[in-house]
Design a protein around this ligand. Structure first.
Ligand code: GUN
Length: 302
């Protein structure tokens, strides 16, 4: 059915809109990726090789972090990757955490080290990230790994942007020349996300909390990635007809419901492809973590 009644913000007149977005199903794609990884791990083990191993460090009892870490450990189980749990009290000092990282860096049986963020206030996250050996930095947060991505020589890539790219590539075989808007400029998501899209030949705009003309920028974007952490920040009317939308936000509303950073209902009437929340980018982050762990294993086994 063709609708003529919608007049989007900042348009010069009525548009013809028949779009209902298709879902970019991160959950099922991530399950396929984890299955493939398990087959690779099983093949390694069948030849007597060492089991790929991920050390996961959780400091404190933040409920959201505990859930994320549980999901990562479960994904390791599904991929037959060994996970080592280091659950530390919230009173852990920076010196103690750095000593544990030094020990894991030196352990030839450990391929990847993940320190779940955020950390308690007494610990500086940047100092912690820089202490992880870059070839065990399976989060892809270390400045060395971000720098390699910046010069188009990626090794271990930041997991959320990597997962978004894996999803986007299922619907955009060639992204060259597309306008991509990244909303959010964090070190761990927004910035590496922009670098990933740049590497694929997109014309990239990175918006931040000070950006004044966000609706105008969004209406020009063929690809919109939003990673701010504010429920429904990006209005559905701002999405260009036929665009692809990746929503990184996971927000809990006062009534307990989970929603993303994009106004899903309206955006999905305009976009061609959109990620749901939950079930979109989140599972892809975990799948990328396991891919990085296998890549780190290969680096250590070479
Ligand atoms: N906290 C929220 N997301 C992440 C992530 O991808 N990695 C780590 N280490 N901490 C997080």
């Amino acid at each position: 059915m063709v609708l003529f009644e919608k007049i989007p913000l900042y348009s010069s007149g009525p548009v013809c809109s028949a779009m209902t977005a298709q879902i970019l199903d991160g959950k099922s794609l991530s399950e396929r990726i984890v299955d493939e990884l398990r087959q690779r791990v099983d093949a390694l083990c069948a030849t007597g090789k060492r089991v790929p191993t991920l050390a996961v460090i959780l400091v404190g009892t933040d409920p959201a972090s505990s859930i994320y870490v549980r999901n990562k450990r479960r994904a390791c189980e599904r991929a037959n990757v060994r996970s080592l749990s280091h659950d530390l009290p919230s009173s852990t000092t920076q010196v103690e955490l750095l000593a544990l990282i030094d020990q894991l860096n030196a352990d030839a049986g450990v391929d990847g080290i993940l320190v779940q963020m955020p950390l308690p206030a007494q610990i500086d996250p940047e100092t912690v990230i820089e202490r992880i050996n870059p070839d065990k930095d399976v989060d892809g947060f270390h400045p060395y790994n971000i720098g390699r991505l910046a010069v188009r020589m990626p090794t271990l890539r930041s997991c959320t942007p990597m997962g978004v790219m894996t999803l986007l590539k299922t619907v955009h075989a060639d992204m060259r020349g597309l306008n991509a808007l990244v909303v959010g400029a964090s070190n761990h998501v927004g910035r590496p996300m922009g670098l990933e899209l740049l590497m694929e030949g997109c014309t990239v705009t990175t918006a931040n909390s000070q950006t004044r003309n966000l609706p105008v920028l969004a209406l020009q974007a063929d690809i919109v990635v939003v990673a701010v952490g504010r429920p429904n920040l990006v209005k559905g009317e701002w999405i260009k007809e036929g665009a692809t939308v990746a929503d990184v936000g996971i927000n809990r509303l006062p009534d307990g419901r989970i929603c993303g950073d994009v106004e899903f209902a309206v955006a999905s009437e305009r976009a061609a492809w959109i990620t749901p929340v939950p079930g979109g980018v989140g599972p892809m982050t975990v799948a990328s973590l396991l891919q990085n762990t296998l890549q780190a294993y290969e680096i250590h086994s070479a």
